[in-house]
Design a protein around this ligand. Structure first.
Ligand code: FAD
Length: 509
């Protein structure tokens, strides 16, 4: 145990820094803990990170953030899943939805009934049994309802938003609740000569920001956890070879789609993220298989409309820090690890880092047992996301480029092989406790990438042929009808933004 922790210093003010500051301002500042955040406008932030997964709703709820206000302030839209184009083979397309597939019957996951139906010759896609897929396909959106009998209860959503506006929004939130922002460039990180713990950040102009606990949110540079404390980083490029990205916004020309699109390309993939005022685009690629100029040209040749600014070139090493809590320093955000943006998991992993820090906050001193638990929880979270991402690359029939030959034939972690083989036999899947992705996600991607089980759960045979036919037809019809009655996504967003603006005008009067 160390001494009492009453001063927290956050180094860095990107999405990670301000998410951490917002949460600490809500829960710890009222208890007497002081929180200071140091950031440098001159250095800036990574400037990307615009798609999320549903856990963000819990984070916003935890902070008491109003959804309409949030969507208006961040130019956000709603996201029901990710459409994967050309991943299994060129011309293939599937949606990885949030929410469930169908309704489980007799305690057996729905996809076993879908498999039984396929074995007797049906070609209905899994998407026909997903509320989110049906709404996304129709460009519709509404929030879930609480009645579990309604198919709309299965709607689950996340957001797309402007990363800069999101950090700004959280900054306002945190500053209003007592977080002190310090503008300045960190020159050195001071350590105790006795035991190496961090004691202060020294800025370029000589100011010293002292603290008891330091949160490293300095992005890829990892100034505290990496450069100062020397915690190693595991490089996962052998499994996830994409290590560069080029991002560029373009004009918005169509109604915003309620999903992200990820299109497989020659040496990686391209994202398309619809916001209220623009479309975010980027090409994530492997430098071992493609040069920067070629990637930039491929990105610019595949945009919906004119660009709105210069391209932003980024380099990264997919992987994670061996331990994210070391001495009195906790790394959150890109300093802790980065797994490439394919399933929009980074902001969620920040959220996980922040919420577990709150759960284990060492007010009365740092306990090594708690540190070990924090490291294992966060480490496992990264490991399971890694396996899920590898699946997208490895389960492919593509053989048109050296990049796809590599990922199709590379060695993958045993944990992934076990999951895939179990599913391929009889459609069985058992989620691990630390796995961020549910059975819906794994089934969506395994089936979408061409893994069709050779059998299914015997209990799915317990209903008669006629009942199966009638139940499946009724489910399909229910989802399609519910989607047809929803408002268009763009109209939903427009209405929400208008309501938020009227509310804030009324508030100002
Ligand atoms: P940064 O944004 O880099 O912030 C670092 C902060 O540290 C800045 O404020 C900087 O000024 C400060 N700093 C650094 N050094 C110093 C110093 N010496 N002195 C003072 N201040 C300093 N995530 C998602 O969830 N969804 C996505 O769709 C998504 N897409 C992505 C696409 C790409 C190509 C990449 C690379 C990432 C993507 N991410 C995505 C990840 C997401 O961008 C990050 O998780 C998120 O932005 C958090 O970054 P950060 O705050 O850790 O780092």
């Amino acid at each position: 145990m160390t001494g009492t922790i009453s001063r927290v210093v956050i180094a860095g003010g990107g999405t990670a820094g301000w998410m951490t500051a917002a949460a600490l301002s809500r829960f710890l500042v009222p208890t007497g803990v002081t929180v200071e955040l140091v950031e440098s406008e001159q250095i800036g932030t990574v400037g990307v990170g615009e798609a999320t997964i549903p856990g963000i709703i819990d984070f916003n709820r935890m902070l008491g953030i109003d959804e309409a206000d949030f969507i208006a302030a961040t130019k956000g839209t709603f996201k029901l899943g990710i459409e994967f184009v050309d991943w299994d083979r060129i011309g293939s397309r599937y949606l990885h939805p949030f929410g469930d597939y169908g309704f489980d019957l007799e305690g057996v996951p729905f996809h076993h009934y879908w498999l039984r139906d396929r074995f007797r010759g049906s070609d209905q896609p899994l998407a026909a049994y997903s509320m989110c897929c049906q709404a996304a396909k129709a460009g519709k959106f509404m929030r879930p309802v609480s009645d579990p009998q309604s198919p709309v209860s299965q709607m689950r959503h996340a957001y797309h938003f402007d990363a800069g506006l999101y950090a700004r929004y959280l900054r306002d939130y945190a500053e209003k609740r007592g977080v002190t922002r310090v503008e300045g460039r960190i020159k050195t990180v001071e350590q105790s000569a006795r035991n190496g713990t961090l004691t202060a950040l020294e800025l370029d102009d000589g100011r010293r920001i002292k603290g008891d606990l330091f949160v490293d949110c300095t992005g890829f540079r990892a100034l505290l956890i990496g450069e100062t404390l020397g915690v190693d980083y595991d490089d996962w490029r052998a499994y996830l070879p994409c290590d560069r990205a080029i991002a560029v916004p373009c004009e918005k020309i169509d109604a915003a789609a309620p999903y992200t699109r990820a299109t497989a390309r020659g040496a990686g993939w391209q994202w398309r993220i619809p916001l209220q005022h623009r479309t975010g685009n980027g090409y994530v690629y492997s430098s071992a298989f493609m040069g920067d100029d070629e990637a930039e040209a491929a990105l610019l040749a595949n945009l919906d409309a004119a660009t709105l600014g210069p391209t932003n070139k980024l380099r990264f090493t997919p992987g994670r820090r061996r331990s994210v809590w070391e001495k009195n320093c906790v790394a959150i955000g890109l300093s802790a690890g980065f797994l490439e943006p394919l399933e929009s998991t980074s902001i969620h992993l920040i959220q996980e880092g922040v919420s577990k820090l709150l759960a284990l906050f060492p007010r009365d001193g740092i306990s090594q047992r708690e540190v070990a638990r924090y490291n294992s929880i966060i480490g496992n979270a990264y490991d399971y996301v890694r396996d899920f991402l590898i699946l997208h690359y490895n389960a492919t029939a593509r053989d048109d480029k050296p990049f796809w030959d590599y990922v199709r034939t590379m060695d993958v972690p045993d944990s992934l092989t076990e999951t895939v083989e179990l599913f391929a036999e009889n459609g069985r899947f058992f989620a691990h406790k630390s796995d961020l992705f549910s059975i819906t996600s794994w089934v969506a991607v395994m089936v979408g990438q061409g893994i069709l089980p050779r059998g299914y759960d015997v209990v799915a045979d317990s209903i008669t042929e006629q009942d199966l036919t009638a139940t499946l037809a009724s489910m399909r019809q229910t989802y399609a009808q519910a989607a047809s009655k929803m408002p268009p996504h763009q109209a939903f967003v427009d209405h929400l933004v208008k309501t938020a603006s009227q509310k804030s005008q009324a508030h100002a009067r």
